[in-house]
Design a protein around this ligand. Sequence first.
Ligand code: ZN
Length: 69
Amino acid sequence: MAQPINEGSPCPRCMIGYMRSIGERKGGFSGGKALVGAVIAGPIGLAAGALGKKKITYACNRCGYTVEK
Ligand SMILES: [Zn+2]
């Protein structure tokens, strides 16, 4: 089972760098975006935002390894 990757997690490849989020696909996880989703899609949008149904790309700041979560 792969270890979870989050903002600031140690890079699983080089074990030296740290993973940083460099982008995300549509959807919203942050409070602000969740609110936007709520405005656009109502409660469903808010729920989707709260659940983080989206992909975030994390990149190592050292070796450049990227992983999409
Ligand atoms: Zn790395």
